[in-house]
Design a protein around this ligand. Structure first.
Ligand code: ATP
Ligand code: MG
Length: 457
């Protein structure tokens, strides 16, 4: 049995009517008598997913507990045998397409691929036969700000939006109370809500789902996790991450060239990753130009005989230049704590890049040695990029599956890729804590091997 059972409309509405999925095609294009009965099922979705299909969370057989990585598996925990629900079109659906009013909202920060997901949600809704599709502008705020009108969406509107980055609908942080959002959903007659956002947004989506259930509103709330940091539990990869790693190469290469072309040059690149260093780790691995990779999960000393500064001195003496890649959440202990919060209540972090630059300059100056330190922060350039090919595919599938999940009657779920298969997760499970780089993992060890850095302790 799946540990990750997901909420279904029939939990609250045991008598909810189910319709055959082909039904919606009757609604859609009765071009001729022959088509009025709908296409055979596999002409439409090319086959259905059975509700009881399960995806295994982890597939590996460690032949010995001493195998590298095997220590991550707790033999007493049945983790290895845990299953999640497979995503995709179902034969029975729980909404009549002509009675659906679907809304899409994008919250939090920008991430490559948002437009791709919006586009595919709209296109898939239209294939089901949905006519009323709207975008809520500027995140959850769009539910309450009186001067923000719903944006009508159709295939025609979204046809080319994936060709640029950003979000057609706009994004924001902060916003109205959950009860006000649900009031607004009720007023607008929305019965499918697609929420694109990070952990904060998903906490909101789950609260909206709970509130709708409490009020016995037949609304499907489906999330699509948007985190460029790739820090969502249980998922192989979230959209935008691949593009971010790719785009980060350009910043790293610039930093390398600057450092390499200067006398005793040092380049610093700060990459996204508040609590998880996946982008910094993968970008370092991909570029092959990083000498020191610093991530939030792995503590380090700056000063002292084993510190980062001492290693930089060694690199200048042996290689002539060095490049450092730091995740934004790395080394926060060194920075002065502020109590500042953004509109959503997230702590505002200190700038590790600026701090490193100052400390490195000071270190060499105090020793009477030359150093030429340059700092690049490509964050906003990366976030605003258009999705690359691999993320484009991921977004397409996630968008399609979000709509299939809503029609299948699921709510309070989010879509993802797990162990190479596309699945539905219950929201609370995946946002219980951020996914982080395991300092004992093979991948982090590979990164250390590739940069050649010691541990700075
Ligand atoms: P990012 O990865 O860009 O930070 P995020 O979804 O975490 O994305 P936030 O700004 O934290 O971005 O939150 C987005 C929206 O979710 C905001 O409008 C915020 O008000 C709302 N939100 C955050 N946390 C909660 C919560 N616990 N309950 C209800 N709503 C929340
Ligand atoms: Mg967040």
């Amino acid at each position: 049995e799946a540990r990750f059972n997901i909420p279904h409309i029939t939990d609250v509405f045991p008598d909810a009517v189910e319709y055959p999925s082909t039904f919606c095609l009757k609604m859609r294009t009765p071009v001729s008598e022959e088509f009025a009965e709908g296409y055979p099922s596999d002409e439409k979705w090319h086959g259905y997913i059975n509700n009881n299909d399960r995806v295994l969370l982890k597939v590996i057989n460690y032949s010995s507990p001493t195998s590298a990585g095997a220590e991550c598996i707790d033999p007493n925990c049945s983790w290895v045998e845990q299953w999640v629900h497979r995503a995709g079109p179902r034969e029975k659906i729980y909404f009549k397409p002509e009675e659906v009013k679907a809304a899409i909202v994008t919250c939090g920060g920008l991430c490559p691929g948002l437009n791709d997901v919006i586009r595919h949600i709209v296109i898939t809704l239209e294939i089901y036969g949905v006519k009323k599709i709207v975008g809520i502008p500027f995140g959850y705020r769009g539910f309450s700000e009186k001067d923000l009108a719903e944006m009508p969406l159709s295939r025609k509107v979204v046809q080319n939006i994936h060709l640029s980055g950003g979000s057609l609908l706009g994004v924001s942080r902060g916003g109205p109370k959950v009860s006000d959002i649900v009031d607004s959903i009720q007023e607008r007659g929305i019965n499918m809500l697609f929420v694109l956002g990070g952990n904060g947004t998903h906490a909101g989506a789950n609260a909206i789902h709970d509130e709708c259930r409490k009020r016995r509103m037949k609304v499907a709330v489906v999330g699509v996790p948007k985190t460029i940091d790739n820090d969502i539990m249980l998922m192989d990869k979230t959209f935008g991450f691949d593009t971010a790693v790719e785009e980060a190469q350009r910043a790293i290469n610039s930093a390398y060239i600057e450092a390499h072309s200067a006398y005793r040059g040092i380049g610093i690149v700060k990459l996204m990753g508040r609590s998880s260093g996946f982008i910094a780790m993968q970008a370092s691995l991909a570029s092959g130009q990083i000498d020191i990779c610093l991530i939030p999960e792995v503590p380090f000393n700056l000063h002292g005989p084993h510190g980062v500064l001492r290693h930089l001195k060694y690199l200048l003496e042996t290689k002539g230049s060095a490049v450092v890649c730091a995740a934004e959440g790395a080394g926060q202990d060194f920075l002065e704590k502020t109590n500042a919060k953004d509109a959503s209540g997230n702590a505002v972090l200190g700038d590790i890049g600026v701090y490193l630059q100052q400390e490195i300059k000071k270190y060499f100056k105090e020793m009477g040695e030359t150093s030429d330190v340059k700092y690049i922060d490509p964050t906003y350039m990366i976030r605003a990029c258009r999705a690359n090919a691999s993320d484009g595919i991921l977004c397409t599938v996630l968008g399609q599956n979000a709509v299939h999940g809503a029609f299948a009657g699921y709510s309070g779920i989010t879509v993802g890729i797990c162990n190479t298969h596309y699945v539905y997760f219950p929201i609370p499970e995946v946002i219980s804590k951020p996914r982080v780089v395991d300092p004992n993992s093979r991948m982090w060890h590979r990164c250390l091997t590739s940069t050649g850095q010691p541990d700075f302790l």
